[in-house]
Every structure is written in C-alpha cells, then in structure tokens.
Design a protein around this ligand. Sequence first.
Ligand code: FEO
Length: 404
Amino acid sequence: MEPVQIAPGVYNVGVRDWNIRDFHGYSTDLGTTYNAFLVMDEKIALIDSVKKQFADQLIDNIAAIVDPRRIDVVVSNHTELDHSGSLARIMHRVGEDKPLVCSKLGAKNLARHFPQKWNYRAVGSGEELKLGKRTLAFLETRMIHWPDSMFSYLKEDGILFSSDGFGQHYAGPETFDDEIGDRIMVHARKYFANILLLYATHIEKLIRQVAEMNLDLRMICPDHGVIWRRDPGKIVQAYLTWCRQEPGKKAAVIYDTMWHSTEKMAEAINAGIMATGVPSKPMNLRSWHRSEVMTEVFDARAVVVGSPTLNNSLFPTVADFLCYMKGLKPKNKLGAAFGSYGWSGEAVKMIEGELTDMKIELIQPGLRTQFVPEKAILDACHEFGRKIGQAVLAGPDAGARAAV
Ligand code: FEO
C-alpha cells in the first residue's frame, strides 16, 4: 500500500495485510489493514505503527513523504502488537531519544513489551501537543480495546485517530467508507461483536462523554479498515445502537455433531423456529468460524446450543464456542440446549450450566435423545423450536436497529 493523503499534510502510511486469515482467533476472510498516520507540520508526528513483519513497508511509506529521521514525535494510541510491533524499528530510524507519546498505562505496557528506555511522554485526557499550525489532543479510551488505549484528535482538521475504535478487519482497494458504501458495515459490526462487545457499557458511556464535547468530527481514522469521512456520525450512531445490545427477533441454532444425530435435531429445531416466522440459521461449528457465529448471536434474541456427549462432556468445538461467547458477555438473550448421546448424556446439562452462567434465560428444559432421533423425537424437536420462536416473538423487538 502506498501512502495516501487523507487530508492536506495528513497521510495514511499504514499497510494492508491481504493474506491474514486468523487474527488471534477471529476469522479475517478478507484480510485486514494496520493504518498508521503521518501528520506534517512544523513538527512531524507519526501516529501508531504496524505489525512487526510490515516494518519495512511502513518505513518505505514514510520515506516516500519525508525522511523518517525528520519525525519529531511518535504517538502510540494502543500497545497491542498489531500497532506497536514495528515500534523498535521505527524508533531506531526516527531516533531513540525522540518523544514517544502514549497514555500512562501505555507507557507501562510498552515497557513490558520493549526493553528500550524510550523517552516516554505519558499524557492524559485533555492534554495537547502543539505541532505548529495544528494541535493533537489526547483522550484516554480505556478498554477500546486495552486499558492503555487512547484516541488522538487533530483539532484544526477535525480528524479523530481512533485506534481500534470504529475499526473493521477488511483489506480492499478502498481507503474511505464512501468508496465501499454500506458493505463496510458488515465488517464493522463483526468487529464490534467479536472485539468490543465485552466493553459495550463502557463504550456507550465514553461516546456520550465525547458527544458532550461537541467535537468537530470530519473524519474518523481507525487503525483497521477504511476511514470514515462521508458521514463519521453514522458509525458513531451504529456503535451507540450496538452498545445497547437490543436483539432482533431472530434465533441462531449452534451445534456440532458426531454421527449426524445432533445435526438432525438442529435442523428440526431450526425448522420449528422458522415455522413461527422467526428467522433462524443452523450453524455447524465445524463449518462456521466462531467469530461468524458470534456475529450471528450478536443480534439474535435466542441462542440455541446443541452438542453430542463425548467422553462424558461437551463436544470440543461446542466447549470452544461457549468459552468464546462467555468471554464476550452478550446481554438480553434467551437460550435452550439440546443434543444426542450414547449412554451418559451430560452435554445438555453442561450447556445449560454455561448459558445460565452467562445470565441467558432458559426458555425450556433441554432436549436430549439417545443415539439416532426417530420421527417422534424429531417432531418433539420441531415443537421445541416452535416454543423458542414464540418466546422470541413475545419479547421486545429492536428490529432494524439491531441489524444496523
Ligand atoms: Fe488492533 Fe487491540 O489491536
């Protein structure tokens, strides 16, 4: 990726990671980007860096604009290694004694990643750095996505450098949201559901605080994906909606299967749900990546989980998904469990235990069948699904809002 001027004197010097398919357990089917920004003024600032293996590309991109040694200050909005992995190379090129601006926790966390004694300049919310005609203002944004995270705001240009906030794991030819259109929202939503959902309450509070500051927001530049310039307010509004976690009238049937018995149950339950008019999708965990399933769960009211019993326990993919979902703490869900077994049949109770731990209200007792489900059992599964559909219909509907 060559550097792109995103505003007069402001460049995206980041890189595209076209081929990454697994980003710490998140499926990145279209790759991602690590955006980094160069602000040219009397002082030159570099905001964020990129993953370690792309350091050369970042340095080449900077060098296409200015000799890296002329950079006066490096800003690290977030310590995670997709944004700081090439910091050692960058600081070596820029000058080890140059100021490295970050949050107080950023200074601590960077020091736990890098042994170099850099010239850390820890800043807090409201502190500013004059670059010349332009000013960078800093805002601590803990847990978007680590405790060290902060945003940097280029006041005179109305540009917010938002690190992980408002990002999308998407690599394409586009630089800006208006070049891809609403198709980008699918990626922004998946990113929120899998990276930020856990912090939704906190994020909502933070966005409301920022809204009270009445910032002139002309562009939002996340460190992943495209830049929001057509209507930055749109992604901010979408985040406010997503933070509320108001589910739509839909369900997801999530399962794995050994000899297709649990799968037959899943299909019958799904058909029962759909017979009530509630959209639902059966998702086999060996076909669907956990992060795709979580995106489906995000705006579903009912989460229906099925597992065969394997060695007196859950099937491993189901245990994996439940562990993943539990960590993200989805709210406002109903649930139910089902599964087939050979002789002991513990899995359904174990799923119910996990759902209850997640404060997911169980619609009805779990449904088990021994070995292959016969017609009577499949009819019972269909009825089980109908009850789930009716429970979904009986609840509030966020409808289109949930599906933004
Ligand atoms: Fe893109 Fe939390 O790093």
